[in-house]
Every structure is written in structure tokens, then in C-alpha cells.
Design a protein around this ligand. Structure first.
Ligand code: NAP
Length: 336
């Protein structure tokens, strides 16, 4: 059932009568014993209607998976993606937004300033046009919601849940990122990672998973962190700890250095120590951690590899977003 606060919003929006309460069901629903017969919960609960609007291959794959879970899925601005018939592609934004209980917008939600991110569509879709159609009782999920998207949503009094800000998504995305980084390292070195001397800068989500995978490949794994506690964990896991703030004089014989720290830690002074054959790979978002112009001046190979999850594993990334959306819906249902 919808909770009191949600009902008040419905009434304020004048939509209470048109939008009856709904019940979610999800993939792998719990089984209900019914005498000799076993019913899936989906047999007794309603599915929900999703509108998937814009986005890249991740949103397209997610739409497909939601539909295969038994939900009704309406897709708009995804016409260049191959979709199975269980996803209904609509050509009018209203036909996706209006019937939906949950509206899923892209990651990042904004492409060009003020417009939805629609790389798989010829549609030019101002954010304003979407939010004007959304009713208060609809659940809106979007990725990396910043500046203009937040401002437009606020203007229409629409609450957006940012699925990119969810920890479970960040952790699982780190797996895609670590695998992508390893693929790039393999493609751009003339040696195996087995027995290579590799430094991972940062021991956050990506740093942890990357170190684990690299060791699995037989690399000699060194990891830097700024805190004593993290360096103790690095040691406890059997990697070689280094202090992020004390790298001077220690970088000269690495084969690969992979940065995950979103701060300028690999300075020109440090780069002067790095071997010419070393591959420098920066995974950190802007401002990044490696001084790329200094690396170019010094003739070092440096690659800044961003947005790897969507690039190297769009199906897995779509699945991660789907799971995260289900978690969001569960939490909203529990708190209503
Ligand atoms: P995270 O869990 O927050 O880890 C960041 C690491 O950097 C932590 O070890 C943190 O240390 C350290 N750090 C942060 N600021 C620092 C500073 N000023 N000096 C020294 N160390 C600092 O982040 P993550 O999920 O691993 O992601 C790492 C970066 O990759 C982020 O910029 C993220 O946006 C980006 N990313 C890239 C991709 C891609 O495809 N390339 C995909 C996902 C994410 P403390 O724990 O001590 O703070």
C-alpha cells in the first residue's frame, strides 16, 4: 500500500483516483507453498510498468532484463538499440512517461546541458519536457544527477533517486572497471601481467578489486594508500604496501602503474622516475591523478580510461542497474 505521505502527494497532484496502489514483484520471487501446488509469487502479485527513457546500451539491456522479469517496459529514445518484442518501443514521450509507475533515466542523465542523454536515439529531448509530464507519485530513478537535472526536477517538485550514488552499484561497477583496466594493461604491454611489477594507487573499491584480480594473474602487486589502516589491510592481504604521500624514489622499476585516486598524486617529479616502458593507466574521474602533459613531455605512455563499465561490460552494467533499481523500489515500498 502507498504510505500516508505518498497518498497526500497523490491527492495534491489530483491523481489519487487514477493511480491505484501497486505491488512490486521482482526476479526470482519467493515461492509460496499452496497445498500440493507451488505458486511463484508473480502468480499472485501485479507486475509494474517501467518507462526506460534514453541512455546507452546499459539502459537498453536493463530494459530487456526488466521485461524478461515479467514487467511491462515502455522504451523511448532507445530506437537504435536492438530490442526484443517484450520491450515496447514508443515514439511519443507521453506514451512512455504517463502509464509508468517507475521512470528510469540514463547514466549520466544529462547529455548536452539541459537535454537528456540519448546516444541511441535521434530524439532531442529537453529535460524540461520530461519532468513536466511526471506526476509526483511516480518513482524517478536517474544516474549521476547534477546541476541542470536537479534544478529542473526541483522546479517541478519531483524527487529523483540517483542510482549512481548507490554503494552497491559503485562496488559492482568496480568489478567491471577492474576487468576493463586489466584488458587495457594486457593490450598495451609487451609482457604478461604474470610476474609483472604492478602498482595500484588507492585502496578504495576499484583499488581493492584490481589488486585482488592482479594477484590472481600472478602479478607482483604493490598498493598505495594514505591511511595507516589501509596500509595494514594491504599488508594483511599479502600485497606490498606503499604510502601514497611518500612515493618519491620508489617508482623506477614498475611495469604498470594504475591510478584510482581522483587527486593529482602522480606529479611531474614522480613521473621523472618512471621507466620508459612502464604503462601508466589512470582510472580516476576528473581531475584524474596523473599529470598527462608531463607524461607526454617525458615520452611516457599514459592512458586515461574512463567510463569502462558501459564500454567493456554493458550487459553486466545493465544488470547492475536493474538490481539497484529493484533495491530502490524495495526500500521505497518498505518505507511507504
Ligand atoms: P573510492 O572507493 O572512493 O577510492 C578512492 C581511493 O582514492 C581511496 O583509496 C581514497 O583514500 C583515495 N583518495 C581519494 N582522495 C585522495 C587524496 N586526495 N589523496 C590520496 N588518496 C586519495 O573510489 P572508487 O570507487 O575506487 O573509484 C576511484 C575513482 O575511479 C573515482 O574517481 C571514480 O569516479 C572513478 N571511476 C572510474 C571508472 C572508470 O571506468 N574509469 C569507473 C568507476 C569509477 P581514502 O580511503 O583514504 O579516502
Amino acid at each position: 500500500m502507498l504510505g500516508p505521505s505518498r497518498r497526500i502527494l497523490n491527492e495534491r497532484a489530483g491523481n489519487g483516483a487514477r493511480n491505484p496502489p501497486f505491488v512490486f514483484h521482482y526476479s526470482q520471487p519467493p515461492r509460496i507453498e499452496w497445498g500440493e501446488t507451488i505458486l511463484e509469487e508473480s502468480d499472485v502479485k501485479k507486475t509494474i510498468t517501467f518507462a526506460v527513457i534514453g541512455g546507452d546500451l546499459r539502459q537498453a539491456k536493463m530494459a530487456e532484463m526488466l521485461a524478461r522479469d515479467g514487467h511491462r517496459v515502455l522504451a523511448f529514445a532507445l530506437e537504435k538499440a536492438e530490442m526484443p518484442p517484450c520491450v515496447k518501443q514508443v515514439s511519443d514521450l507521453k506514451d512512455a512517461v504517463c502509464p509508468a509507475q517507475c521512470i528510469i533515466l540514463p547514466l549520466p542523465v544529462t547529455g548536452k546541458a539541459g537535454y537528456l542523454n540519448t546516444p541511441l536515439s535521434g530524439e532531442v529531448c529537453p529535460l524540461d519536457e520530461i519532468f513536466r509530464l511526471i506526476r509526483h507519485e511516480q518513482i524517478v530513478c536517474a544516474g549521476r544527477v547534477q546541476g541542470d537535472a536537479r534544478e529542473v526536477a526541483d522546479r517541478y517538485g519531483i524527487e529523483i533517486t540517483d542510482y549512481f550514488a548507490r554503494e552497491e552499484l559503485a562496488i559492482l561497477n568496480a568489478v567491471c572497471t577492474a576487468e576493463g583496466a586489466i584488458a587495457i594493461a594486457m593490450d598495451n604491454t609487451a609482457i604478461t601481467l604474470c610476474n609483472a611489477k604492478v602498482l595500484v594507487l588507492g585502496f578504495g573499491r576499484i583499488g581493492k578489486i584490481l589488486a585482488h584480480r592482479l594477484r590472481g594473474l600472478g602479478a607482483d602487486v604493490h598498493v598505495s594508500a594514505r591511511s595507516h589502516a589501509d596500509r595494514a589491510w594491504i599488508k594483511a592481504y599479502g600485497y606490498k604496501p606503499m604510502n601514497t604521500y611518500d612515493l618519491g624514489g620508489k617508482l623506477k622499476d614498475f611495469d604498470v602503474i594504475i591510478n584510482t585516486i581522483p587527486a593529482p598524486v602522480v606529479t611531474e617529479e614522480l613521473l621523472m622516475e618512471v621507466d620508459k616502458n612502464c604503462l601508466l593507466l589512470d582510472l580516476a574521474s576528473k581531475p584524474g591523478g596523473i599529470d598527462f602533459s608531463a607524461a607526454a613531455r617525458l615520452g611516457l605512455r599514459a592512458i586515461w580510461a574512463l567510463s569502462l563499465p558501459g564500454e567493456v561490460a554493458p550487459v553486466t552494467s545493465g544488470d547492475i542497474i536493474r538490481e539497484t533499481i529493484y533495491n530502490i523500489l524495495h526500500e521505497k515500498e518498505e518505507s511507504s
